[in-house]
Ligand binder design. Structure first.
Ligand code: ZN
Ligand code: ZN
Length: 274
């Protein structure tokens, strides 16, 4: 069985460019077989205040990955990815840009719905979604996820139910009637040939306390045949590979037979049963 972590950030704007190398070194030390670097790509969205790579930084990013790949050759496989926010206005631009980049895979992410940013609790009150209840927030979030998957830009979707992170801050509980939403979303992902990840980061966050996505959604994804991969979403080297083995065991216990990895935008599978 290959231990993989396809969701690793270096945040060079805060930590310096050497952070990517430190992250891969940590992955190697943790016994991982594949480390996928997947920095936030250019957003072009003034509503989302998180830093990401700018267009002018992409060359340096891919060059850095190539150096690390050569340095660790034969020890750990290093893959080249980007995590990109889905933005309907940018689909055509990204469709032209992505094939020109030396990418193994592209992760689609939903960090905002209109001007609501689930990770910034205070954005709710002034947003277009103010007044919506938990079920409506899930519906809106998963609708955007559906559009992202159908855009054809992405190999897999990051933290598919990030929406849940907002709920405790809004005094809301997770709705208990999400089964249909989960089922329909899983079928849509399978039909689009777009995968998901078990993202272990949620487990470290006190306001989430569990992996993304919820086990019920994972179960529907397994039934529908959605491709699955695993990522720590580490933003610091010490978090690379964190709880990844637990995520492997969860995937096995839910009956997933394989995990997916992507090389040069083509999907490969690694058997989970041995
Ligand atoms: Zn993300
Ligand atoms: Zn991420």
């Amino acid at each position: 069985m290959e231990l993989i972590d396809l969701h690793i950030h270096g945040a060079p704007w805060s930590n310096g460019w050497a952070n990517y190398r430190r992250s891969v070194w940590q992955a190697w030390r943790n016994g991982l077989h594949i480390a996928g670097l997947s920095e936030h790509g250019p957003r072009f969205n003034y509503l989302v205040p998180f830093r990401s790579l700018g267009l002018a930084e992409l060359d340096k990013y891919f060059h850095t990955i190539e150096e690390i790949r050569l340095e660790f050759a034969g020890e750990i496989e290093v893959l080249s990815g980007l995590e990109l926010d889905y933005n309907q206005r940018m689909v055509e631009y990204y469709s032209n840009l992505l094939p020109r980049l030396p990418l193994d895979y592209v992760i689609g992410a939903i960090h905002s719905v209109e001007d609501w940013i689930p990770e910034i609790p205070q954005s709710y009150e002034t947003s277009a979604l103010a007044g919506k209840n938990a079920e409506q927030l899930y519906q809106a979030y998963f609708l955007k996820l559906t559009e992202a998957a159908q855009s054809g830009l992405f190999d897999f979707i990051a933290h598919p139910d990030l929406v849940k992170k907002a709920l405790p801050h809004l005094g809301m509980k997770k709705p208990d009637n999400l089964q249909t939403l989960y089922q329909e979303t899983a079928k849509m992902l399978a039909a689009c040939d777009v995968g998901i990840e078990i993202n272990t980061r949620g487990k470290l966050l006190p306001d989430v306390g569990e992996f993304y996505p919820h086990i019920d959604f994972l179960t529907e994804c397994r039934r529908a045949g959605v491709h699955l991969t695993i990522g720590s979403d580490a933003h610091q080297p010490q978090n690379v590979g964190l709880a990844v083995e637990e995520a492997f065991r969860l995937a096995q216990s839910l009956g997933f037979a394989e995990l997916s990895v992507w090389r040069k935008r083509k999907r490969y599978v690694s058997n989970l049963s041995n």
